[in-house]
Design a protein around this ligand. Structure first.
Ligand code: KIV
Length: 316
C-alpha cells in the first residue's frame, strides 16, 4: 500500500466549488446564453479531477481511451466493462462537470433492448449522467430518451465507422453530404439528443447545423462556429505518439516533461541520490539508540517509552 494519497475531500480551487453543477439542461441554457462549452476527455481519477478543477464543463469518458490509454490501433476493441471501469474512476474525480460516457462499438448495434440495458449500466454502475452514441440512430436515441437516459449524439467523422469510411477522413465535403448531415442532426435533436458532437467536418457545415439546432453542438475538427469544443486529453497535452491532426492544439508537452522526470528519477536511483535522509522515516530517539545496541530485542522491549513512542509514530 502506498502512503501517498490524494485527499478526497476539499478541492484545491475554491472558486470553482461555488460554480453550479453542470447538468444536461444547463448545457442547453449555455447555448441560449451564447456561452461556449469547454469539453475534454478524461479516463482516470487524477486526470478527471484536474480537468474538473480547471473548470471544464463536460468530461467525456471517450472510447478514444482504447487508443490513447490501452494502445489499440482504433476504438473498436474496447468493451462495456472496460469503459465502465474508467467511467467509475472519472466519476470519483469529478464533482462539477457533466460526466458523459461513450457507448463502445457493438454495445448498441444489435437491438434497442440490449442498447438500453448497456446504456443503463453507465448510469447505474458508472455514475455517468449521459451516454454518447455515434451515427444517425434516431430510433436508438428515442429509446434511450424514453428510458430516462440522456444522450449525446455524434455525427460526421465517427471513429467507430473507421472501416466503412476507409480511414479517418473529413466528412460532409459536398453540399449534398452537408445537407444530409444537417438532416441527420435535426432528426437526432428531434429524437431527444441533448447535445451533439460534430467531428471532422468543414466549419461551414458545422456552422449551419449549429445555427439550425436548439441543442448545443460540440465540435472537434469542426471549426470555431460550434457551441462548444472538445479535445482528447492526451492530444492537448502531447501524450500521444503519432503526429497530431490539424485540429489539435497542443497546450503542453507533457510527454517530454514526464520523460525527463522519469529519466531524472532513474539517474538518482542509479547514483544512490534517492531517497535522501530527509525522505526516509526514522526511529524516534530512544528506539534508535536501542536499535543501535545491535538489535537486541530484549533491551528494546525493556524501554517502554521507546516502544510507545514508536507505536504512536507508526499509527499517526
Ligand atoms: O472518444 C472520444 O474521445 C470522442 C471525442 C473526442 C468526441 O468521441
Amino acid at each position: 500500500m502506498s502512503l501517498t494519497h490524494f485527499p478526497t475531500g476539499s478541492r484545491s480551487s475554491t472558486a470553482l466549488t461555488t460554480l453550479p453543477k453542470v447538468t444536461m439542461p444547463a448545457l442547453a441554457e449555455m447555448k441560449r446564453q451564447g456561452k461556449p462549452i469547454a469539453a475534454l476527455t478524461a479516463y482516470d481519477y487524477a486526470s478527471a479531477r484536474i480537468v474538473d478543477e480547471a473548470g471544464i464543463d463536460l468530461v467525456l469518458v471517450g472510447d478514444s481511451l482504447a487508443m490513447v490509454v490501452l494502445g489499440y490501433e482504433n476504438t473498436l476493441p474496447v468493451t462495456v466493462d472496460e469503459m465502465l471501469h474508467h467511467t467509475r474512476a472519472v466519476r470519483r474525480g469529478v464533482s462539477r462537470a457533466l460526466v458523459v460516457a461513450d457507448m463502445p462499438f457493438g454495445s448498441y448495434h444489435a437491438s434497442l433492448a440490449e442498447a438500453v440495458a448497456n446504456a443503463a449500466r453507465f448510469l447505474k454502475e458508472g455514475g455517468a449522467e449521459a451516454v454518447k452514441v455515434e451515427g444517425p440512430r434516431t430510433e436508438l436515441v428515442r429509446a434511450l430518451t424514453a428510458a430516462e437516459i440522456p444522450v449525446v449524439g455524434h455525427l460526421g467523422l465517427t471513429p467507430q465507422s473507421v472501416h466503412r469510411m476507409g480511414g479517418y477522413r473529413v466528412q460532409a465535403r459536398t453540399v449534398e453530404a452537408a445537407r444530409r448531415l444537417k438532416g441527420d442532426a435535426r432528426a437526432l435533436a428531434a429524437a431527444g439528443a441533448g447535445a451533439l458532437v460534430l467531428e471532422g467536418i468543414p466549419r461551414e457545415a458545422a456552422e449551419a447545423i449549429t445555427a439550425e439546432l436548439d441543442i448545443p453542438t460540440i465540435g472537434i475538427g469542426a471549426g470555431p462556429g460550434c457551441d462548444g469544443q472538445i479535445l482528447v486529453f492526451h492530444d492537448l497535452l502531447g501524450l500521444t505518439f503519432a503526429p497530431a491532426a490539424r485540429f489539435v492544439r497542443r497546450y503542453a508537452d507533457a510527454g517530454a516533461l514526464i520523460r525527463s522526470a522519469v529519466e531524472h528519477y532513474r539517474e538518482d536511483v542509479e547514483h544512490r541520490a534517492f531517497p535522501s535522509d530527509a525522505e526516509s522515516y526514522h526511529l524516534p530517539g530512544a528506539a534508535r539508540r536501542n536499535l543501535r545496541m545491535e538489535f537486541d530485542e530484549s533491551e528494546a522491549i525493556v524501554n517502554r517509552d521507546a516502544v510507545e513512542e514508536w507505536e504512536e509514530f507508526t499509527h499517526s
